[in-house]
Design a protein around this ligand. Sequence first.
Ligand code: HEC
Ligand code: HEC
Ligand code: HEC
Ligand code: HEC
Ligand code: HEC
Length: 172
Amino acid sequence: MKKYLGIPVGLAFFGFFVLAYLALASDWHRHKRAPDQPIDFSHKIHVGMVGLECLFCHETADKSTFAGIPTVEKCMSCHKNVATNRPEIQKLAAYWNAQTPMEWNRVHRIRVRNHVYFSHKRHVKANIDCAACHGEVEYMDKIRQISSLEMGWCVQCHRQKEAPTDCLTCHR
Ligand code: HEC
Ligand code: HEC
Ligand code: HEC
Ligand code: HEC
Ligand code: HEC
């Protein structure tokens, strides 16, 4: 019997690394995602240095479930004249000239989407700062997800702020 002992021990050993890898990989995907974008757009420049308000670009954050992503037209309202000689702006202008929308890669997405209701409007109207959920984007060149967006995260803040926590609040 003794010579077979190595197999389960080996499997357990291997399994441990598989699980550890999966745990790390899923954690990475959920908390630290910062996908590449078609244009090297920086919040640090536009918010931190130029001083633009979030709602100037994310126009529907106080009106709708979605915050909204600005159109190429909005970018070109400045970049027809600003920094036109830079390669990234010439890429931007090419989208504009071809009238193709920019396909930005989504950073934040609630993983289990079925029957979960989330709305920006409700939270923004209650004066919850974007930074409470998205962090200090004015220091980020590339947007990165800093909150898990999992149920425990939602419920924890709801408890702290005495917002409703019954299941039907978020599951409809
Ligand atoms: C000049 C326009 C502009 C301004 C001002 C701006 N953003 Fe953005 N934002 C964008 C663009 C374009 C994207 C998509 C590209 C990216 O993810 O970097 C984006 C993406 C984001 C995302 C990630 C969206 C996703 O896919 O999950 C968050 C969160 C965000 N912005 C928050 C903010 C906050 C908070 C502010 C104000 C402090 C702000 N933005 C100001 C243009 C802007
Ligand atoms: C209100 C005006 C304004 C708007 C709107 C705006 N930008 Fe900018 N952008 C600027 C300014 C100012 C700079 C800094 C230019 C400099 O470095 O001299 C800048 C810099 C940039 C740069 C860096 C250029 C480089 O390589 O140095 C990129 C890329 C860029 N913007 C893309 C965008 C995109 C994409 C949008 C739309 C989502 C956008 N901008 C909207 C004003 C604006
Ligand atoms: C209470 C937490 C919370 C607050 C406050 C909040 N967000 Fe979000 N945001 C989220 C969540 C959760 C998602 C992912 C939603 C999904 O998967 O549908 C998201 C997604 C986004 C997105 C990408 C998709 C979309 O909705 O268009 C942008 C852009 C964004 N937020 C910008 C903002 C801005 C700008 C503010 C402030 C005006 C803000 N958020 C305030 C939690 C928040
Ligand atoms: C940073 C704190 C915070 C986080 C994080 C947060 N919420 Fe909220 N949420 C609130 C507060 C405060 C209210 C009450 C707003 C009001 O009084 O109108 C609220 C209200 C709501 C409402 C409306 C409740 C009603 O009365 O119908 C829904 C739905 C909701 N949140 C869903 C979510 C979901 C889903 C998430 C996670 C993806 C989430 N929230 C994350 C603070 C938060
Ligand atoms: C404040 C909002 C909120 C409240 C209140 C809430 N949930 Fe959730 N729930 C969520 C979100 C957001 C997700 C999706 C999580 C994710 O994508 O990781 C979720 C996911 C789930 C899931 C699926 C988990 C999975 O990984 O498949 C179940 C089951 C669930 N909730 C049950 C409940 C029950 C039961 C209650 C009441 C005791 C409740 N929820 C209250 C926000 C909420």
